[in-house]
Each structure stands twice: as structure tokens, then as C-alpha cells.
Design a protein around this ligand. Structure first.
Ligand code: SF4
Length: 452
């Protein structure tokens, strides 16, 4: 649970405002610490004990865990709320595809191909799965190590799964620089594992037969200075998974219970009996707080709905989804191509640009920032007026890209035509269809008129 500024100030040295922290008083510094606007190390007069205590109290209720490195790293945890509508969820769960060392070379290649190629452009974003989960099942350590070596070149975050601790850490040593997640760390292997983890710090997956069993394990890890972990409470079916995930989230955020203040990992691949149930378990995991979700396999039909669900759940509900204000090229437009304008609500942009794309008429689409409102709402809010649209068009530089100074205005806001023409001297404003659905019949005919 967050600590308040007035509680923090009682722990500060209270020297007559020395200001060495950059703040006028200890109290001002304490208030900044409480809101995350400063770090403890800015005050040079804290004893090591107080500093450590403050760092612990100010740490996020759910630890941030990073798996992988570089562009393909996946960060999970650091969540602040139980319910999305309270504020927002922050780090979307990583979705992993499981590859066992018992699977054939062809299956390995197929799965690597899938995770690399199944990427979906979606309202200006690219939706994709994130991680490879490599499992030691064959009993042949060399085979597992060969799999890990091969998978390392795929440049994706990895989860290494092995009950054999020696194989697990030998695999880790092959790719420690890529920060793989090591799983499972259990009550049976934790003592041996701690020394090896500390030698080359990498994130770990802690597995217990129940939530209760996780508590002494994370406590022991924390005491040893190892706390980049995800939790697996050993749920055996979907009902247990929902119960356990909810319990862990509530304990971390409502009770501030540190031993459970970690993101979680779920295994629809192990608890579901068929593909459909596995997708259902994954879908529930996305909603019910999982940090990492491991799937046995996927195709475009099972993966895309999960990725869209994840996007929706982890989109900040306080802000509408919006795209950047600028002109976009659809197809390969040239100086004779049409210019259209719309607002920057992501859904509007997506629908309009898709409708233009479907006509196969290369076009320029100017997108005016309406703070994520649709065209008509944006006009009603004064954010899609003739003056402001005109200013945007001038600023965008589209003028230098086309010979025909004509711009197509959404029919819904035909009323700003005159105002826009005043704001854009030399341009002709053409009133286009009221709905994006009308672009299909409008644009091909319109482009012919431009080329006459
Ligand atoms: Fe107070 Fe420390 Fe800041 Fe000095 S440096 S004002 S003692 S918080």
C-alpha cells in the first residue's frame, strides 16, 4: 500500500532546510517521494537502514519484471489497480508459444515462423505474440541445450522450463545476456538455485503447489536479494486459475502483502485439454491479471482475438485511442492523388484508411488532432473547425506533395466548407461521403475527375 508524504517525512533527517536534495524542505522532498517524482538517493543524509526501508516502502506493490533484452524485451508487473476502470492497467501480459525439445525440427521451424510472421497491423500498432517458452522434456540435456541455442538466434524473449536444475542453469548460461526467465524455482530446488541466480541475475518463475507455498519461497528469495520473479500458484484448472490470480492481485494491491507482490505466469497449455479451451483459458488469463501466458500453439484465428482483447484491456480508459496528427500515405500516392481529411480517433482513422485502401486508389489522408474524437463530435467540441483544419493542412506540408489543390471533407461536416476554403486560399474543398462506407463508390469516380 502506498506510503504518504507525511509518513515519509518522519523518517527523513529533518536537517534545517539544507536543500541538498534539490527541494526547499524535507517535507517538500517527502511529498515528491510519495508521488514518485524523486528518488531516495537524492538525500545524502539517510542512514543505510532508513534508505533501504524507504526504498522498500516506496517500491511498487507489484514488482516490475523484465524478460529479454533490447527491442524484444517484455516487461510485466508494476500494476497499481485491481479494476481497470480505477485508473489503467500498465503492462500487457506477454504471450508465449511453447516448444518442447521432444518436438521435431519441422515443428520448431513452424512455431518460430508463426511467432515471427503472425503480426497484425491494428490502428497504428503492431499486435504480436512475444515470447518463446522452451521446455526440457526429452531427458537428453544436450538436446535441450541445442534447442535453446537455436532459439536464441530468433531474437525473442525466452522462458526456459526444466525440472532438472542442472539443465536449466546450463541453458541459462548459453543465453544469460538475453535475460531469459527460468522456471520453475520450487521449495525443492530453491536453496541450490539462489546461488546460481545471484551469480548471473535473471528473472525467475516461482512455482508452488498453492498460494500458501509461494509465500516462504518469495520471502527467502527476497532475503537473498533476488526479487525479479513471477508467480505460479500451481492452479490445476480454469476455476482455480481465476481464484488464484484474483487472490494474488488483491493481496498485493489491497493488503500491500509484499510476498505476493509479483506478476504471475499462467499455463493454459497445461490446464486445458483442447485448443478451444486453451484459448478460453488464455482469454480469461488476460482479463484476470496474468503477467505471462504460455500457449501450446496458435494460428491467426486463435491468436488475433487474444491480441485484440489484450489491447483493449490494457488501453488506458482515461484517454481515447488516437493517432498522430499528420498526413498519411495510403498506397503509393503521387502528385495527382486525392487528398482527404478526417479526425484522429484511432477507430475513425482505421475505418477511413481501410475504406480508402479497399478502393486501391493511392491517396493522402490528412488526420487532424481532435484529441481522439470522431469527426462530428470533434466539430461539436470545436476541434474540427474550418480554421483549425485549415491550419493543420498548411502545417502538414501536403501542399508540396500534390498538384491538385483539392481536399475531400467528410460529408458529416459539410457546414465547415466555406470556413475551410477561407482558411485555405487556393484550395477547393469537395464535400465527400457522410460515412466511410461511401468512400468505396465515391473515390474511384472522384480520382477520374482529378486526372481530366
Ligand atoms: Fe531534508 Fe535530506 Fe533534503 Fe536536506 S537533503 S532538505 S535533510 S531531505
Amino acid at each position: 500500500m502506498p506510503i504518504s508524504g507525511s509518513e515519509i517525512v518522519k523518517m527523513l533527517p529533518g536537517k534545517k532546510p539544507c536543500k541538498d536534495c534539490g527541494f526547499p524542505t524535507c517535507f517538500a522532498f517527502a511529498m515528491k517521494l510519495a508521488t514518485g517524482g524523486a528518488t531516495v538517493d537524492k538525500c545524502p543524509y539517510l542512514s543505510p537502514e532508513v534508505k533501504a526501508k524507504l526504498e522498500d516502502l516506496l517500491a511498487p506493490a507489484i514488482k516490475l519484471v523484465t524478460i529479454g533484452s533490447g527491442d524484444n524485451k517484455v516487461q510485466v508487473g508494476n500494476e497499481e489497480v485491481i479494476y481497470r476502470h480505477e485508473k489503467t492497467y500498465v503492462h500487457p501480459p506477454g504471450i508465449a508459444i511453447l516448444i518442447s525439445d521432444k518436438e521435431s525440427e519441422a515443428r520448431f521451424e513452424e512455431k518460430i515462423k508463426k511467432i515471427k510472421e503472425l503480426q497484425f497491423p491494428w490502428v497504428g500498432l503492431t499486435l504480436k505474440a512475444d515470447l518463446l517458452a522452451l521446455q526440457f522434456e526429452s531427458g537428453d540435456k544436450n538436446k535441450f541445450l541445442a534447442l535453446v541455442k537455436k532459439a536464441s538466434s530468433a531474437n525473442l524473449g525466452m522462458i526456459l522450463i526444466s525440472q532438472d536444475l542442472d539443465a536449466l542453469f546450463s541453458a541459462r548460461d548459453l543465453c544469460a545476456d538475453k535475460r531469459p526467465l527460468l522456471y520453475p524455482i520450487t521449495k525443492e530446488n530453491i536453496d541450490q538455485a539462489i546461488t546460481k541466480i545471484k551469480a548471473k541475475p535473471t528473472p525467475i518463475g516461482v512455482q508452488g503447489a498453492s498460494i500458501e507455498e509461494l509465500i516462504p519461497l518469495t520471502t527467502k528469495l527476497k532475503e537473498a536479494g533476488v526479487d525479479e520473479a513471477v508467480l505460479d500458484p500451481g492452479s490445476k484448472n480454469l476455476m482455480e486459475a481465476v481464484r488464484d490470480q484474483t487472490f494474488i492481485r488483491r493481496a498485493a494491491l489491497k493488503q500491500g502483502f509484499r510476498p505476493l507482490g509479483y506478476p504471475t505466469i499462467t499455463f493454459p497449455c497445461f490446464i486445458a485439454k483442447d485448443g478451444l479451451k486453451e484459448s478460453l483459458a488464455a482469454s480469461v488469463s488476460i482479463i484476470k491479471f496474468a503477467g505471462i501466458i504460455v500457449l501450446s500453439d496458435f494460428d491467426q484465428y486463435s491468436l488475433l482475438p487474444l491480441l485484440v482483447e489484450r489491447l483493449n484491456i490494457y488501453t488506458d480508459p482515461r484517454f481515447p485511442m488516437a493517432v498522430e496528427e499528420k498526413y498519411y500515405e495510403i498506397g503509393e500516392p503521387d502528385e495527382n492523388s486525392p487528398v482527404l481529411i478526417t479526425s484522429n480517433w484511432a477507430l475513425t482513422y482505421f475505418i477511413v484508411s481501410s475504406a480508402i485502401e479497399a478502393t486501391k486508389v493511392p491517396s493522402f489522408l490528412c488526420v487532424k488532432d481532435t484529441e481522439g474524437l470522431g469527426v462530428l463530435t470533434g466539430w461539436a467540441a470545436g476541434k474540427f473547425s474550418g480554421d483549425s483544419v485549415g491550419a493543420m493542412v498548411k502545417k502538414s506540408g501536403i501542399e508540396n506533395k500534390v498538384k491538385n489543390k483539392k481536399i475531400v471533407l467528410p460529408g458529416r461536416v459539410a457546414r465547415i466548407k466555406g470556413e475551410l476554403e477561407d482558411a485555405l486560399p487556393g484550395w477547393e474543398v469537395v464535400v465527400g461521403p457522410r460515412e466511410a462506407a461511401g468512400i468505396g463508390s465515391f473515390l474511384p469516380e472522384y480520382v477520374k475527375s482529378l486526372r481530366k
